[in-house]
Every structure is written in structure tokens, then in C-alpha cells.
Design a protein around this ligand. Structure first.
Ligand code: HEM
Length: 305
């Protein structure tokens, strides 16, 4: 099913704290297809070619786990989108894009391309794969074309709490709940959650290694065009464990809209203003919203019915 951009508005008014906020996932809705599928898949193709080391990275030996993910993704695509995808031998055919991708290793068991990259070539979602090493879940591979200002390569081999270490207050507030969640996570029951931020750009490609486009700069407080120059960036994330290799796949779908989409929605606009205003300074810095908060809050508070 193709959708217009879903209207996720996950920010909360009131005092700030990080939240687990995990909800059960109906696997029929594991992956979302948007009207912008072609646009984003074209962008991914370009980024995979131009910035391969920024957007795709993996630890040696993670092909087995990623292969299990790919198998499941192919099954999902041909059963939920038979109008676009079919399987022919060892290939998946994307009829919509007139593409064919090999989805199994060669006869010697070697993959020509890491199977998580192949997953990334099929769907708009970014992908992060946790694998079990020495009894611990660690970041094993990522295919992340649209990172929200974090660095993929430096996450390889890290545990969840190490991955989250740069996020101010997160481990303090959520390390134990996150660890016990992964300890209990079973293939039979998957989950989803959302995250949000406000950025001064709608460019999805926001790595921190210097390859992102230059920031367009910030509107000043009271600028009436701030609603078109600042953007709500929402991540819809799914978490699913796979039974053969016990790996966990984290999908991240990023939706970006100008704040002006709230121009007729004072309740949502004021709630977002309140959420932004309530971020503690360290979290505001982590979210890179310090320079834009005043202009954003001013514009959002000016929205009236
Ligand atoms: C229970 C599950 C999880 C929770 C509650 C959680 C929560 C969060 C939160 C609140 C942030 C800060 C983002 C923001 O809103 O500004 C974050 C960042 C991040 N998370 Fe998670 N997360 C979870 C699972 C995962 C998984 C499974 C992965 C990867 C496999 C992951 C990778 C990341 C990364 C890479 C960042 C950015 C860190 C940085 O800036 O260096 N998270 N997470």
C-alpha cells in the first residue's frame, strides 16, 4: 500500500525525559512505502555510489545474519507488494523500477555485495543490524543513507549502551530498560517507536564526516518564513529479532516536513513549541536545535486557529 506521508507527531509537551515508548508492531506494516519511493531510491543509489564508506559499513562475518534479514525482507516484499516484486531463481525483480538484484550467495557461499546493502537497495528505510558476539548484542552492520547526524562506521562492534553513549542523559534514564528489552525480545513479537527533531534543512543526508551539504543557516527570531525554513524530522523505527541467527534488525524511516505543515494546527504547533522549549540544554545541543529553538518556538507559538 502506498501512502502519503504518515502524520507522526511524536513530541510531547511538559517536562523532558527520554522514553522507551515501544509499541507492538503488526508485521504487515513492517516496511512503509511512500509516494516518494522513486525519489528516495534514486537518492540512495547515488549516495551508495558516491559515499560508500559513509552509508554502508559492517563487521567481517556479519553476512550470515544479514542474509537471514534479506531472506525475510524478500518474502515480505513479494507477499505484501506482489504488484512490484517477484522472485525469479536467485534474483528479486523490482518491476516498478525495472531492476533485478541477486539475493543469495554464489555457489562458494560468497556474497558479491553485503546482504544488508542489498536490503537497503530495496526499501526506503535505513537499516542497523545487531549481531551476537561473545554473548553480547553488538552493532554488526548498517546501511544508513539518511543518518540524523551520527557516524555509522564508529558504531561498528559497539553494544547498545556504547552506541547510545553520545546521547546526553539516555543511558542514565534508559540503559537498563533498553538492555532488559533486548534480553526479552523474541522473533514472535516485534516493536516500533518514533523519534523526532527539528532541523534547519530538509536534506535527508546528514552524516557528520564532512560529506553533507553546507547548512542553509538559521532564520532569525520573528522571521515570518521560519515555518518554511525549519523542518520537523521524524524517525519511525522498527525492531525485530530473527530466529536462525538471533540477530536484531532496527529499521529507521525518516520523514521530513516544514514546520509550516502545522500552520492550521495550533494544538500541534503549540505542543511542539512546548516540547522544544522544555529540552534541557545538553539534550538541545545533542539534538542540534540550540541555534534554532528561539526562532522555531516563536513561529510555532504564532500559529492560531
Ligand atoms: C529500545 C530501543 C531503543 C531506544 C529506546 C532508543 C533510543 C534512542 C534515543 C532516544 C536516541 C536519541 C535520538 C533523538 O531522539 O534525538 C537514540 C539515538 C541513537 N540510537 Fe537508539 N534506541 C533504541 C535502539 C536502537 C538500536 C537497536 C540501534 C541500532 C542498532 C540504535 C541506534 C541509535 C543511534 C546510532 C543513535 C544516534 C547516536 C549518536 O548520536 O551517536 N538505537 N536512540
Amino acid at each position: 500500500m502506498m501512502t502519503d506521508q504518515p502524520d507522526y507527531q511524536p513530541y510531547l509537551a511538559g517536562a523532558f525525559r527520554w522514553r522507551l515508548a515501544l509499541r507492538p508492531l503488526d508485521l504487515q506494516h513492517w516496511i512503509e512505502f511512500g509516494h516518494d519511493y522513486d525519489h528516495e531510491m534514486d537518492a540512495k543509489t547515488l549516495l551508495f555510489a558516491q559515499h560508500p564508506a559513509t552509508v554502508n559499513a559492517n563487521i567481517p562475518g556479519s553476512e550470515d545474519e544479514a542474509g537471514e534479514v534479506l531472506e525475510n525482507l524478500v518474502d515480505f516484499l513479494i507477499s505484501t507488494r506482489p504488484d512490484w516484486f517477484s522472485r525469479e531463481g536467485n534474483e528479486i525483480v523490482n518491476h516498478h523500477r525495472h531492476e533485478r538484484l541477486t539475493v543469495s550467495p554464489d555457489s562458494t557461499g560468497q556474497w558479491r555485495e553485503h546482504p544488508l546493502i542489498i536490503c537497503g537497495r530495496l526499501i526506503q528505510e535505513d537499516l542497523a543490524l545487531l549481531v551476537e558476539r561473545d554473548g553480547q548484542l553488538v552493532f554488526g552492520a548498517g546501511s544508513v543513507a539518511f543518518p540524523n547526524r551520527w557516524d555509522l562506521t564508529s558504531k561498528l562492534g559497539l553494544t547498545m549502551s556504547e552506541v547510545h553513549a553520545p546521547v546526553d542523559r539516555l543511558n542514565e534514564q534508559l540503559q537498563d530498560p533498553i538492555d532488559s528489552f533486548f534480553g526479552r525480545l523474541k522473533p514472535e513479537k516485534s516493536f516500533w517507536r518514533t523519534g523526532w527533531g527539528v532541523l534547519e534543512t530538509d536534506d535527508l543526508y546528514q552524516p557528520v564526516d564532512g560529506t553533507a551539504a553546507t547548512s542553509p543557516g538559521y532564520p532569525s527570531v520573528g522571521d515570518p518564513t521560519a515555518g518554511d525554513r525549519l523542518f520537523l524530522r521524524v524517525e519511525r523505527e522498527t525492531i525485530r529479532r530473527f530466529p536462525r541467527t538471533n540477530c536484531v534488525l532496527f529499521t529507521i524511516r525518516t520523514y521530513v516536513r516544514p514546520l509550516s505543515h502545522l500552520v492550521d494546527r495550533p494544538n500541534d504547533a503549540h505542543r511542539l513549541a512546548d516540547a522544544l522549549a522544555n529540552l534541557p540544554d545538553d539534550v538541545r545541543d545533542y539534538k542540534r536545535t540550540t541555534e534554532l529553538t528561539e526562532a522555531a518556538v516563536h513561529w510555532l507559538q504564532s500559529v492560531t486557529s
